[in-house]
Ligand binder design. Structure first.
Ligand code: DQA
Length: 144
């Protein structure tokens, strides 16, 4: 069975309460459950981690090397700043899908730079929770 690592970065534990006008009312658990459900339709297992700590996310990426077929990652604000996360993903050989609930390109100028994008297979932004379903479908298409 193929394994997907689903990673969420800082402040995403507050989904459902945090700026619902931007990020919606679904909780992190709602998004994780939705991802698991669609992944199981494709025969994928999902491991998930949310962390507010950069090092913890980096170690999770290291742990995925040689073990997970794909990483779906919403790096939160680390998207725009974490070159350490960039380097960790550069050392990962599988499929990487960058995902955002909002469309960072349509928001403040500082959100328009993603340091994760150059080391991702592709990105899905701006479709809220539907993005997780699209991300799993993208992984399935890439792994086929
Ligand atoms: C986000 C977008 C980021 O700019 C922001 O810092 C987040 C959430 C999104 O899912 O839309 O924390 O990754």
């Amino acid at each position: 069975m193929s394994l997907i690592l689903l990673l969420h970065g800082p402040n995403l534990n507050l989904l459902g309460q945090r700026e619902p006008d931007v990020y919606g009312h679904d909780t992190l658990e709602d998004h994780v459950s939705r991802t698991r459900a669609i992944a199981s339709e494709f025969g994928f297992e999902v491991e998930d981690l949310q962390s507010n700590h950069e090092g913890e996310l980096i170690e999770a990426v290291h742990g995925a090397r040689g073990r997970c077929d794909a990483i779906i990652i919403n790096p939160g604000a680390f998207t725009h700043s974490s070159w350490a996360l960039h380097d960790a993903l550069a050392a990962y050989e599988g499929v990487v899908v960058e995902i955002h609930l909002s469309n960072p390109d349509a928001r403040e100028p500082w959100r328009r730079t993603s340091v994760v994008a150059p080391v991702s297979t592709g990105a899905i932004s701006g479709f809220g929770g539907t993005g997780y379903e699209l991300a799993v479908r993208a992984v399935a298409a890439k792994l086929k």
